[in-house]
Design a protein around this ligand. Structure first.
Ligand code: BTN
Length: 239
């Protein structure tokens, strides 16, 4: 792994993202990666929780320092593509990206990504939190219909994590031509599809026609107007 990233491996933690924030607020000034075998309070987007039982998943947070010319807007979409490409090295199952950054297998979620900012007097960090259902597991009733697992047979969590980090570093720091967005579109499950999107709990209709270079969603709404949505407080459902 290049970029000299310190690796912190834990058996159990509330949330690897929260743990990163604590380290940063206590003065960390280097890039680092936290991996835990279990989370007791895994967090997802929009205040949701992320089911993180022990042994069967990858729960990791990559904390990277950034400066003023760094493009924060595209971090989540670039991360989704990075995780998908890394996972393809370990499974031949077809994964799809549900905008913004969930990975789906046969219409069920196998991976969620939560990116957050945090800073101290010395450095600004982006924390990229990734949760993947990797091995065989039973989901609780409320998740059975919506979550799935990659069901990878070999226990190669460490290798998977290393490959994910490599792909992320490439897309965040070396993809100078934004080639990522072309690939992102190829793996999207909502391009050219009708969707509903939810903003402040109100349901709207749209037809997705494109993504911007920053990974924002371009759609035609029910009044036939083209609008651009960034991830903010929005969630979508394919119709
Ligand atoms: C989502 O589904 O909305 C995002 C889920 C992100 C889960 C990962 S697991 C590692 C990291 N720590 C957390 O508390 N959340 C992220």
């Amino acid at each position: 792994m290049n970029k000299n990233i310190e690796k912190i491996i834990l058996e159990k933690v509330d949330s690897t993202n929260t743990y990163c924030k604590e380290l940063i607020r206590n003065g960390k000034t280097n890039d680092f990666l936290v991996i835990s075998n279990e989370q007791t309070a895994g967090r997802g987007r929009l205040g949701r929780s992320f089911y993180s039982p022990k042994d069967v998943g990858i729960y990791m947070s990559l904390a990277l320092r950034y400066d003023d010319d760094f493009n924060l807007v595209s971090v989540t979409t670039k991360t989704a593509l990075s995780v998908l490409e890394a996972l393809k090295e370990f499974t031949d199952k077809t994964l799809k990206i549900k905008w913004v950054n969930d990975l789906y297998l046969d219409n069920k979620k196998v991976c969620g990504i939560l990116t957050e900012g945090c800073y101290n007097d010395e450095s600004k960090f982006i924390i990229i939190g990734i949760g993947i259902n990797v091995f065989e597991t039973e989901f609780p009733d409320e998740l059975k219909e919506i979550a799935s697992t990659l069901n990878i047979k070999e226990n190669n969590k460490e290798k998977i994590v290393d490959r994910i980090v490599c792909h992320i570093l490439y897309y965040l720091f070396s993809d100078h031509n934004n080639e990522y967005i072309k690939k992102y579109k190829e793996h999207s499950n909502c391009l050219n599809k009708d969707i509903h999107y939810f903003k402040n709990d109100i349901k709207y209709f749209g037809h997705v026609i494109d993504f911007t270079e920053d990974g924002e969603l371009v759609l035609i709404n029910s009044e036939n107007k083209t609008i651009v949505l960034n991830s903010g407080e929005i969630s979508i459902k394919t119709v």
